[in-house]
Design a binder for this molecule. Sequence first.
Ligand SMILES: Nc1ncnc2c1ncn2[C@@H]1O[C@H](COP(=O)(O)OP(=O)(O)OP(=O)(O)O)[C@@H](O)[C@H]1O
Ligand SMILES: [Mg+2]
Length: 295
Amino acid sequence: MKPSQDRATSGGRSSPPGREAGARVVTIANQKGGVGKTTTAVSLSAALAQVGCRVLLVDLDPQGNATSGVGVRGENAAATVYDVLVDDIPVDDAIEPTAIRNLFVVPATIDLAGAEIELVSAFSREGKLRRALDTAREDFDYILIDCPPSLGLLTVNALTAADGVLVPIQCEYYALEGLGTLRRNTDLIQANLNPALEVVGFVLTMHDGRTRLSQQVVENVQKHFGDRVFSTRIPRSVRLAEAPSYGQPITVFDPGSRGAVAYHRLADELLLRFRPPDLDQGRLASVAGHEGAGT
Ligand SMILES: Nc1ncnc2c1ncn2[C@@H]1O[C@H](COP(=O)(O)OP(=O)(O)OP(=O)(O)O)[C@@H](O)[C@H]1O
Ligand SMILES: [Mg+2]
């Protein structure tokens, strides 16, 4: 489906040349498993769409959790991200609408697990996703990419396609483990494949303000990364864990919950820190309604 056929008005935007124009592509990565990558990709995508941004969520994990998290069944989709990467079909043909206005998804299924191997011999394999997304950039304000828990070829494709990387860090004892490796990989990609890649920021997830451990992790992460840590912390919340089984982002599943409020705040922070250069402010709804709940 061609997204511009069924989306809110594009504001008459022409196709500006150069990578800076159009969507901001944000890759959500951390090779550690279960730190909140998918929850962040899904919830942040929904929160951005709900304030009026046009958002494309790209599921780059064979687990397909971002796909089901926005209520789409990858098996029923006409095409998936696998077809885009391996068979070079246009990304427009793999874009599915969701129940949320302004939010679209490129689904993934377990087939994607084979792509890491099938792409090994492909020409310029690290740049496949970047080239595929080039045509979609002008149709969206944000493109968010959910990565698998590894630093394999799929994550390399996501980092090569990105303008910025956002790293969720779970508030637990081994929080900083592996971040040095992620940093080295990001530096390598910056040096060799994508000089424009920026670190958008680190977001603390599953935070529990009552525990000393969470406080220690916050202090540690802030000491290491300073103002690159988002001031919004995502609370540990049962409602956030329940939302995926209903195929709804938390901001739809339980809009008043602490998790939903936190992700709306994170969306506000992202809009301040990493704004698409030609975003039309008039199109964005007021976000004042999200004030007031603590994390
Ligand atoms: N803030 C939170 N509070 C409570 N549970 C959470 C929170 N964030 C995520 N979870 C739950 O923790 C589990 C891991 O989260 P998620 O799937 O987002 O992590 P991930 O980094 O994408 O994992 P993977 O590395 O396997 O892709 C899920 O069951 C999710 O529902
Ligand atoms: Mg995940």
